[in-house]
Design a protein around this ligand. Structure first.
Ligand code: SAH
Ligand code: SF4
Length: 435
């Protein structure tokens, strides 16, 4: 989501003359787009700002702005804390940046722009964005905000209430991406399963169906789904829609019903396992990834063990796992029975060790198979190799020439590794058919 927003910001500023640079010395304007979903992400903002202090002393005319979730939450107090910061802009102020910058250049100093107002219609006037610096994959936000109020989470407070974007505007943006040569589109939202288009009254699976009909589009992905809203129609979409990739990111958070209840996730471990079974009935080889939190307040060894049990039962292809951290003003901040840092670290280590073996086992299943790989770019670590992804979203590296970038090519997988697969081109025709 942040990557998408950062690229959107660059595209919003392009018409008023700003060009993106990776070289800080060249910059007239430095924008830090922030995340505060976990404590660590927020700390990174302060350490980056600390590193910019001397730069600002030497280059006083370079404007520095902090935007996004930390900005939304901290507002004015960021200006007090960081005396060389020029301005703060919240999660809904991106489209106002040209005017904000004009005000700043007219003498307004040290301002804070953190009103929450949705202006999806403006997306239409901004160039769409490609993902991960590739020319092959694009991103589209289909909704903003969240209404779920999981007790650990700050998102509803910093991104506001859930609002879906019209299907018409999403399809327009998708067509723009396709015109620019994009082959794969990932649609984004905190809980895409509760998408409901405001004008056309379409649900998420109906939106996917419309996207599936777009000429030139090869692959569709989405993230993130909330298990409580994973509908039968979305499950069956995996069997029906030829361009929908067989991968779902379905955050479990905990395998203990007691903890899930305290997290206000509104599903049980059994509900979750049933949904996994439904998905695998429709699409037996689907890749499933998840998010897990260890050390949520009140989590006992028995609760933690229940999470590990689910890991063994489901065999996720991958898991992002985090130590719980307090995020003011989320409700769990006020829960009394906090878990010690030491216990959280121990649980995280043991969960990650178990998941590592499972991911290896899952990746090894591809060995000797021929997989269709959408080639994205050269492999940055090994320039002789190209890198791309199979439909299940696993990364594949193989030797090949640059003309393959943007194409779907058949690759024989030779080795399953922990973070990727290694393969070589297979000699079969790979046009049409599945993603
Ligand atoms: N909307 C997504 C989650 C977005 S936040 C969903 O509901 O699945 C991304 C992930 O960060 C969450 O899935 C959770 O695992 C983690 N996370 C959020 N708040 C956290 C906190 N306070 N401490 C640790 N991890 C947290
Ligand atoms: Fe946060 Fe829960 Fe909303 Fe996800 S669904 S963004 S975890 S409140």
């Amino acid at each position: 989501m942040n990557e998408y927003d950062s690229s959107k910001i660059a595209n919003i500023l392009a018409p008023v003359g700003y060009i993106r640079t990776e070289e800080i010395k060249e910059a007239d304007l430095i924008l830090i787009n922030t995340c505060n979903v976990r404590e660590k992400a927020e700390q990174k903002v302060y350490s980056l700002l600390g590193r910019l202090k001397r730069f600002k002393q030497r280059n006083p005319s370079t404007l520095i702005g902090v935007g996004g979730c930390v900005a939304q939450q901290k507002g004015e107090s960021l200006l007090h804390r960081v005396e060389y910061l020029d301005f703060v802009f919240g999660t809904h102020a991106f489209f106002d940046l040209p005017e904000i910058l004009a005000e700043l250049s007219n003498g307004t100093r040290r301002a804070c722009y953190t009103d929450l107002h949705y202006r999806f219609e403006e997306d239409r006037n901004v160039q769409p964005v490609s993902a991960c610096g590739t020319e092959v994959k694009g991103l589209i936000t289909i909704m903003r905000g969240c209404n779920n109020f999981c007790t650990f989470c700050v998102v509803p407070y910093v991104r506001g209430r859930e609002v879906s974007r019209s299907a018409k505007s999403i399809l327009c943006e998708a067509k723009e991406l396709l015109k620019a040569g994009i082959k794969e589109i990932t649609v984004l939202g905190q809980n895409v399963n509760s998408y409901r288009s405001p004008d056309e009254h379409l649900g998420f699976s109906e939106l996917l169906e419309l996207m599936n009909g777009l000429e030139g589009l090869q692959r569709i992905r989405f993230t993130t789904s909330h298990p409580k809203d994973l509908s039968p129609s979305l499950v069956s979409a995996f069997g029906k829609l030829s361009k929908l990739c067989p991968h779902i990111h379905l955050p479990l958070q905990s395998g203990s019903n007691r903890i899930l209840k305290r997290m206000n996730r509104r599903y049980t471990r059994e509900d979750y396992l049933n949904k996994i079974e439904d998905l695998r009935n429709v699409c037996p080889d689907i890749s499933i990834t998840t998010d897990l939190i260890v050390g949520f307040p009140g989590e006992t060894e028995a609760d933690f063990q229940e999470t590990l049990d689910v890991l063994h039962m489901v065999k996720f292809d991958g898991a992002f796992s985090f130590k719980y951290s307090d995020r003011v003003p989320a409700k769990a901040v006020r829960f009394k029975d906090k878990i010690s840092e030491e216990t959280k670290s121990r649980r995280l280590r043991s969960l990650q060790a178990i998941q590592k073996d499972i991911t290896m086992e899952r990746n090894i299943r591809f060995e000797r198979r021929i997989e269709r790989v959408l080639v994205e770019s050269r492999n940055k670590k090994n320039p002789l190799q190209l890198t791309g992804r199979i439909a299940g979203n696993q990364i594949v590296n193989f030797e090949g020439t640059e003309d393959l970038i943007g194409q779907v090519v058949p690759i024989r997988i030779e080795e399953g590794l922990l973070h990727s697969l290694r393969g070589r081109p297979a000699l079969i025709n790979c046009q049409g058919g599945a993603p």
